[in-house]
Write a new protein. Structure first.
Length: 711
């Protein structure tokens, strides 16, 4: 897949260089854009730009959810305590760590079960210290390191049971295991040291102790660890709980939290919240994506077990090859919406999962319908309702404001064609109980004419998804100009130009910007849109864990310490921050084109002549109250393009305007952790704005001209 992408981008470069000559040669015929202020178009959708999220690329665990302990309840891997290791400084000591599980987890020997805290926390870690000597403990490597920052207080907590050793009563005939639990004199009580330290254990960044009580019962301990002012930030660190005494120590729900946005317990990572808020999005689509559906029906997003105390959250199998802690549960999604001031857009499970299984509409689907109604009640129900009361008990008595509910995700993958029945059953139940809600179908008529919903009421809103390369984005940027104005509204619920990894490059951003001009011009029917995926942890594989991401070309990248926006991010930010409430119709002439390289699909369709695609893209909107005009222009080529601009119907305009440009010399250029701001919008003032003016578009650039109509 990577190879193919390289080819595409190479081709695009070559074509652009070739095209440069053509454009220079024909530049007498400038592209001309006439903005018609005499007949302003439709209203811009107030919800046009939002965010889409799911647990992919370690978006939450190892991302927005700032829990620093990987595998805190020891369920990530059934055969080993992933993320954990033994710390033992003195080779004369004798100690081991071992994963323990509850009855029912058959791969665990009899002697090593029966340590559940409750039905959610059924697996734990045992540290066995048979012979003391130096410091002995358990270390957690975090999500590609534990971020250590100066003058920072971390909240550590964990359950320990300092049990005496015993020989379990075996049923008659049950063999004694090869490695039985050793008999150790019961001396586990006393101080336990907790540290954040360098991976080699030589530097202690923060330290504290708890006094372990002698008890065979689980007990939660908490302490704060504070770093000095003079340390240099690093992620080359681990979290250690250690002892200097023999004994059997059982651990569960080990947690280490850094400061969160607004200091909310179990809250969000502040830098990622800021990056999102800076985009000025209007909604958040959650919980997926594939994460809503789960690999199996039994893995669908289990919103009920994501509520309340962390002790009651068992986590679940995610859809992207790793388990989800569910630290970001249903309530946390809603609080995240509050953190960035957006409306929730809820995806409810619709009975289809990724392995292709589905639940038939009718009585078998009833539990799924009821579950969706319960979920909605949790979000918007009065505190007198069952689930509204639960929300209040969870700390949020006020109902959230919900308008849109999406039924399922990408149900065109359901080869049984069962969506029609499933959609109608769930939609009817939702609309009957909550007439103010608007339901979204996941099958787009235009893309999947053979699978669309045909029975019942016509779907009001359709979700369309597009993952394309930049050529396809440029070629299809005006597809919505031709959509039926009387058809269903469109929610572009996932889309992206997929070039660059792990985050996108400038060429992808040029594809995105072109595509967004098309959505913006048509935002009478495109009522909402959101890029995907939003987040990526950019860490590569280590000796203990695989690389952090599963999907190339993402919007916002981060490691344990810092984060950055891709060029696509800055396009989103520019578009989201600069939009009016009325679409300005634009008539165009002389839009230059370039030949698109032929694809395999072309040859399959018998296309042998390279189709021509535009190289300049545009959209304009006006804020009626202030008169501010937002004109967006994209030049996808490596040469400057001079554009004639006519403001038809405007008598007076401020002679000075603000120009923002996102550009670079090479379309493969990108932002990274070490060079996070190589490509960002550059602001300048331009003069000479009049009802007719010209603007030069830089090579490989996205420009926003913000000009002011005068009365
Ligand atoms: O955004 C990544 C994935 O792409 C989503 O989970 C899924 O809906 C789509 O196929």
């Amino acid at each position: 897949m990577k190879k193919m992408k390289k080819n595409v981008t190479k081709k695009s470069l070559l074509t652009s260089i070739f095209l440069g000559a053509i454009l220079t040669f024909t530049s007498a015929q400038n592209p001309t854009l006439t903005l018609d202020f005499t007949k302003l178009g439709a209203n811009v959708s107030p919800m046009l730009y939002g965010l889409m999220t799911e647990e992919i690329n370690h978006s939450y665990d190892g991302g927005l959810y700032p829990e620093l302990i990987r595998n805190r309840i020891f369920k990530d891997n059934k055969s080993n305590p992933e993320g954990w290791s033994l710390v033992r400084n003195d080779s004369a000591s004798k100690a081991t760590i071992k994963l323990m599980a509850a009855v029912g987890q058959e791969n665990i020997p009899f002697d090593e079960r029966r340590h559940a805290i409750n039905g959610a926390l059924t697996t734990c870690l045992r540290l066995t210290v048979e012979k003391e000597g130096g410091r002995i403990g358990i270390a957690n490597e975090g999500f590609w390191g534990i971020p250590v920052k100066p003058s920072t207080t971390y909240n550590a907590s964990f359950y320990i049971k300092g049990s005496s050793s015993f020989q379990p009563q075996r049923r008659q005939g049950q063999p004694v295991p090869v490695n039985p639990v050793p008999i150790i004199s019961d001396n586990t009580s006393g101080p336990i040291t907790v540290t954040i330290e360098s991976n080699d254990g030589k530097i202690i960044y923060a330290s504290g102790t708890i006094n372990l009580e002698k008890s065979i019962l689980w007990k939660k301990y908490e302490l704060n660890l504070t770093t000095d002012a003079n340390i240099k930030p690093t992620a080359d660190a681990r979290f250690v709980i250690s002892t200097n005494r023999t004994g059997l120590y059982y651990f569960n729900l080990v947690s280490l939290f850094p400061p969160t946005h607004n200091n909310r317990p179990n809250g969000n990572r502040p830098d990622l919240i800021k990056l999102m808020a800076d985009m000025k999005p209007k909604f958040l689509r959650f919980p997926g994506g594939n994460y809503l559906e789960g690999p199996l029906i039994s893995d669908a997003f289990p919103w009920k077990t994501t509520l309340g105390a962390l002790e009651n959250r068992p986590g679940h199998n995610g859809s992207w090859g790793y388990r989800a802690s569910d630290g970001i549960g249903l309530l946390e999604f809603l609080l995240w919406c509050e953190d960035i001031g957006v409306a929730p857009l809820l995806g409810v499970y619709a009975g289809y999962s990724l392995n292709g299984d589905h639940i038939d509409a009718g009585p078998l689907l009833k539990p799924i319908v009821d579950d969706a109604l319960d979920e909605i009640e949790y979000i918007i129900g009065d505190v007198k309702t069952y689930w509204g009361a639960k929300r209040a008990a969870d700390g949020h008595p006020a109902p959230f404001k919900l308008t849109y509910v999406e039924i399922g995700n990408e149900d065109w993958f359901d080869r049984s064609n069962s969506y029609d029945g499933r959609f109608n059953q769930i939609r009817t139940a939702i609309e009957n109980k909550y007439p103010s809600l608007h339901c979204i179908s996941t099958i787009a008529d235009a893309q999947y004419p053979n699978q669309k919903v045909v029975t019942g009421k016509k779907p009001e809103i359709l979700d369309e998804h597009y993952y394309r390369d930049s050529w396809a984005m440029w070629e299809n940027a005006s597809q919505y100009d031709k959509y039926d104005r009387n058809g269903p509204k469109i929610f572009v619920g996932e889309w992206a130009t997929r070039e660059g990894a792990p985050t996108t490059n400038l060429n992808a951003a040029l594809g995105d910007a072109a595509w967004m001009t098309g959505m913006e011009r048509n935002s009478d029917i495109i009522i909402m849109s959101c890029y995907a995926p939003l987040f990526v942890n950019v860490n590569t594989a280590t000796t203990t864990v695989p690389k952090a991401w599963q999907w190339d070309s993402d919007l916002i990248g981060y490691n344990a310490l810092t984060s950055y926006g891709s060029p696509s991010y800055y396009v989103q930010q520019l578009f989201g921050n600069n939009i009016g409430d009325k679409i300005i119709p634009i008539a165009v002439e002389n839009i230059p084109t370039q030949p698109r390289p032929l694809t395999r699909r072309d040859s399959a369709n018998g296309i042998t002549k390279a189709p021509l695609v535009p190289t300049v893209f545009y959209s304009a909107s006006q804020d009626k109250k202030s008169g501010t005009v937002y004109l967006k222009l994209v030049n996808t080529t490596g040469v400057k393009q001079q554009v004639n601009l006519n403001l038809n119907g405007i008598a007076k305009v401020s002679p000075e305007a603000t120009l923002y440009v996102i550009k670079s010399d090479n379309p493969q250029d990108t932002n990274t952790i070490s060079d996070p701001e190589k490509i960002v919008p550059i602001m300048s003032k331009i003069k000479g704005i009049a009802p007719q003016f010209t603007q030069i578009l830089d090579p490989y650039s996205v420009s926003l001209i913000k000009l002011q109509q005068r009365k």
